[in-house]
Design a protein around this ligand. Structure first.
Ligand code: SF4
Length: 339
């Protein structure tokens, strides 16, 4: 091939499947893969975990979360530990489950932790719409949903990042389509391919990126055509814009990013748990020695972290990248430690 290409995947499911199916070993040495900020739990800043613990322990709410949030360490503890101390933390499988919990517990305040990217934002929007329709005065929403295109802009603006192309997320793109990524070739001169999740999808996405790079005409293409249309999912986009508005938000590793976080807007503002409970969200220092922030920016690989395996494992995670199944550190731990 001659040229050497560094490609970054920015979706946790891609990261896991690249490891699970041993795809790196199938690639020629000229193609190097890096993992980016594609795991929603990993990019949550520590103060958001602290605020969720405050909701449980100080305000005594019933907190509804997806399971991978339980072990993520906050400044002093995790939601799993808060639950062990008697806090009511319930694992839900859909945002609508939290609406049901609120309905079944009219004398308790119930908060849904809204964590994820555009993929799950429409389902969270539906939960707020449903809570409003059912006039649930005890239901609140903790906004931690994040948007992928602003994070990619922030990532690519880092002059130290040397990436030739992006393997773009299939799930997020089913909702937003390909148009929100068009700034990538225009502003940064590199291509992106929206890629599916089967091993052959990922390999095809990589081959497509290499072909575009060799042609020298950077653009956005869709490999995952069976699920993604250029305009995305109009219903999902409408749900998001009806219920939420983008505001500036902090990301672990990437810092403050304008217009990158969704909060309830208009008639849904009354459901915002941050406003209701006066949560401060003051930035707090990340765990000593943890290099998760640099891992999320593709600056170091998990084995470069001195705590990797020696101290930090999925059973004893020191940082969020080791907690979530989609975290890079957890993927390296489970499927191989090689760089
Ligand atoms: Fe942080 Fe653990 Fe990953 Fe090191 S191995 S960067 S401590 S999550």
């Amino acid at each position: 091939m001659g040229e050497t290409y560094t490609l970054m995947e920015v979706c946790g499911t891609h990261t896991v499947n690249i490891f699970r199916f041993g795809l790196r070993s199938l690639l020629p040495p000229e193609v190097r893969l890096l993992s980016g900020p594609g795991c929603p739990v990993c990019v949550m800043p520590q103060e958001e975990i602290d605020a969720l613990i405050e909701l449980v322990e100080v305000h005594r709410v019933i907190l509804c979360v997806f399971g991978d949030l339980l072990k993520v360490p906050g400044t002093r503890s995790s939601l799993r530990e808060a639950r062990a101390r008697g806090g009511e933390v319930r694992v839900v499988y859909s945002p609508l489950d939290a609406v049901r919990v609120a309905e079944e517990n009219p004398d308790r305040r119930v908060v849904l932790a809204g964590v994820g990217f555009e993929t799950t934002a429409p389902a969270h929007a539906v939960a707020l719409i449903e809570a409003r329709k059912r006039r649930l005065g005890n239901f609140r929403f903790f906004p931690a949903l994040r948007l992928m295109p602003p994070a990619l802009r922030a990532l690519l603006s880092d002059p130290d990042l040397r990436v030739h192309g992006l393997i773009l997320p299939g799930h997020v793109s089913t909702v937003i389509g390909s148009k929100p990524y068009e700034f990538i070739p225009r502003q940064f001169g590199i291509p992106g391919v929206i890629t599916g999740f089967e091993p052959r999808d990922i390999l095809e996405g990589i081959a497509l990126l290499v072909r575009i790079l060799r042609e020298g005409l950077p653009r956005i293409e869709i490999q995952y055509t069976r699920a993604v249309r250029p305009e995305g999912n109009p219903w999902g986009r409408r749900m998001m814009s009806e219920v939420f508005r983008p505001v500036s938000g902090r990301w672990r590793g990437l810092g403050e990013i304008p217009e990158s976080k969704l909060v309830p807007s208009g008639e849904f503002e009354e459901y915002d748990a941050v406003r209701e409970f006066g949560l401060s969200l003051t930035p707090s220092p990340e765990p000593a020695g943890c290099r998760c922030g640099e891992v999320l920016k593709g600056k170091v690989l998990p084995p470069d972290c001195p705590l990797f395996v020696r101290v930090c494992t999925p059973d004893t995670p020191h940082g969020p990248c080791m907690v979530s199944n989609e975290g890079s550190c957890a993927a390296y731990f489970r499927f191989g430690h090689e760089k």
